[in-house]
Write a protein that binds this ligand. Structure first.
Ligand code: SF4
Length: 376
């Protein structure tokens, strides 16, 4: 889903290639193996099983990148590791910093495909926004990520590595506190790999110990997958990207809605709330003159009137080549007032990182040759 974009930033940040040490294609990334697989690998080679824990600890918590920096492992083991494994399977291809301090990374996977992720700091919060797919099949008409369709799902190690690459940008005394799964891709179309990645990241024993309640999963609304996620009994916060209050308008803006329908999306979100007790957020990208009209705000209020729901309005971050604009502040205020008058809880999302194209797919798209950028 669309990335949290950013507040008024005037000057453009520079895009600089990051120093990248390419991982070898014939060595496995450390995080492609589970803790059990690592223990077996150690024991099979005559090492104590606890060495597995040490290696994972170095990568996940202690920020070691070459095996040689894992100083409490015997030198011979470090050499053995280097022959078979690579610490990360992905590399940082570009690193941008916006004037407001938001970091955006373009990550290159082993097959050369690229994804984006973002680190935002606000007060004590260090929030990362991560991708789950290369591209996206949902083709929301206002989104850069969906312009070329989906290329593939990320595997769970690639998803975890996004978080770690971003965490490694922070000073040693800081770490990631919140995760939003709102980057490129439809999160729930890759639910199994996402769930495995989040289990690892949230684990206090093997991961960063981030509370499940500080993770937000955004979806365009795949009812079966929402119900499957609800049945997993996790405490993730669900954000449904609604973007329109009627079938007709949603079919236009979110074409996948034609096959699903608003009612099924809302019913699945209700199931999620009943099962987890967690209030569902409805994301609504405000497009000038398209879905920000008084009749739209009234219809949205009617739709959510009896639901334990929160609305997050996202003033659109324009994408070059797409014919959509950001509403004037007065239109946004009117929309908010109408919802509040009807008792709907609503916030307007602050947009961070705008100067570095921090809306899903924008930076990756800018870095592609001109010929590949023509919208369909
Ligand atoms: S096309 Fe995909 S990434 Fe873009 S807004 Fe829609 S669901 Fe999100």
């Amino acid at each position: 889903m669309s990335l949290p974009i950013v507040e008024t930033v005037e000057s453009a940040a520079e895009t600089t290639p990051a120093p990248a040490s390419a991982p070898s294609a014939d060595r496995r990334p450390v995080l492609s193996a589970t803790a059990d697989e690592w223990r077996r690998w150690m024991v099979d080679r005559g090492h104590p099983a606890y060495r597995a824990r040490q290696v994972l600890d170095w990568v996940v918590r202690r920020r070691a990148v070459p095996f040689d920096a894992m100083t409490d492992l015997p030198r011979a083991l470090r050499r053995e590791l280097d022959e078979e494994w690579t610490v990360f399977g992905t590399t940082v291809a570009y690193h941008d910093v916006a004037p407001d301090g938001t970091d955006k990374l373009v990550i290159e996977c082993r097959d050369g495909r690229r994804i984006e992720c973002v680190l935002m700091a606000e007060g004590p919060r260090r929030t990362v926004c991560i991708s789950t797919q290369v591209g996206c099949a949902m083709r929301c008409v206002f989104c850069a990520s969906g312009l070329k369709g989906v290329e593939r799902n990320l595997d769970s190690a690639e998803i975890v590595e996004e978080v770690l690459h971003l965490r490694n940008l922070l000073p040693p005394e800081e770490t990631v506190t919140h995760i939003v799964v709102m980057g490129m891709g439809e999160s729930l179309a890759n639910l199994d790999n996402l769930a495995a990645a989040l289990d690892r990241i949230c684990s206090p024993a093997e991961g960063l110990g981030i509370s499940q309640r500080r993770v937000t999963i955004s979806t365009v609304g795949l009812p079966e997958k929402i119900c499957k996620l609800a049945a997993m009994d996790r405490q993730y916060h669900l954000a449904v990207s609604l973007h329109a209050p009627t079938e007709e308008l949603r079919n236009e803006l979110v074409p996948v809605n034609e096959a699903i329908g608003l009612t099924a999306v809302l019913e699945a979100a209700d199931v999620y709330f009943e099962r987890t007790g967690r209030q569902v957020t409805y994301e609504y990208v405000l497009l000038s003159g398209i879905n920000d009209r008084p009749e739209d705000s009234r219809a949205l209020a009617r739709l959510l009137a009896d639901r334990h729901a929160h609305v997050n309005l996202i003033p659109y971050n324009p994408v070059a080549g797409l014919p959509y604009g950001r509403p004037e502040p007065e239109a946004i205020d009117r929309f908010v007032a109408t919802l509040r008058q009807r008792g709907i809880s609503v916030t307007v999302r602050k947009t961070k990182g705008r100067a570095i194209d921090a809306a899903c797919g924008q930076l990756r798209r800018r870095l592609q040759p001109e010929t590949e950028r023509t919208p369909r």
